[in-house]
Design a protein around this ligand. Structure first.
Ligand SMILES: [Zn+2]
Length: 208
């Protein structure tokens, strides 16, 4: 699997464009913002996205979804139901942002679910803490960690719906994954590895 990291938006959120084994078939993780840029990369690389995967529902990870759904009309959006609020929008800093509820063709996912997208096997692992519905997407080449784990750090638990105790349980779950090492693709900042984080991330080290 080829993975392209595209940092976009006011919070420099990582959108990942992944291309599966078969050339031209791919998917997006967290299309955070700047749909023009994402669409032009997909077109230039001749990758047809078959799904949008959301690690969680925060607006700074989803802002490009409507424009992508205009360009690729049938594209489904996968998100944990716990991160799909009742309302279509949320208000922040006087601005109106869409929530996952506003998107078309939303498919809910849950812990342990196996997806096959663009020929790639993807396992969903719930890791609540940053938000109630935060998930990791595990593939054989990389794990998309959203705002649960960053290089040397973890996501905040002080936003609405955040929970420190759940975050610690989620970190324990990640520590106990039966994987020796794998690339981690976080929602912000540089790519890292599971082995490095187990050895150096003080939050993960606290939750053995
Ligand atoms: Zn977040």
């Amino acid at each position: 699997m080829q993975i392209i990291r595209v940092p976009v938006g006011a919070f420099i959120t990582n959108c990942y464009i992944a291309e599966g084994q078969e050339p031209g078939r791919g998917f997006l993780v967290d299309p955070a913002d700047n749909p023009k840029k994402l669409i032009s990369i997909l077109e230039e690389k001749q990758i047809c996205p078959e799904a949008i995967l959301l690690t969680h529902g925060h607006y700074d990870h989803i802002l490009a979804v409507p424009k992508l759904q205009e360009r690729w009309k049938e594209i489904p959006v996968y998100c944990n139901a716990k991160d799909i609020p009742e309302s279509l929008t949320e208000y922040d800093m006087g601005q109106q942002f869409p929530t996952v509820r506003a998107f078309k063709n939303v498919k809910t996912i849950e812990d342990g679910q196996e997806l096959v997208i663009a020929g790639t096997e993807i396992t969903v692992m719930e890791t609540p803490g940053h938000t109630p519905g935060s998930v990791l997407f595990l593939t054989k080449d990389a794990i998309f960690t959203g705002d649960t784990i960053f290089q040397g750090s973890i996501g905040r638990t002080d936003f609405e719906g955040g929970n420190e105790r759940q975050m610690m349980q989620s970190l324990r779950k990640i520590n106990h994954l039966a994987i020796e090492d794998i690339t981690l693709c976080p929602g912000h900042g540089d790519t890292t590895t599971l082995k490095w984080e187990r050895a150096h991330n003080s939050y993960l080290k606290m939750c053995r």
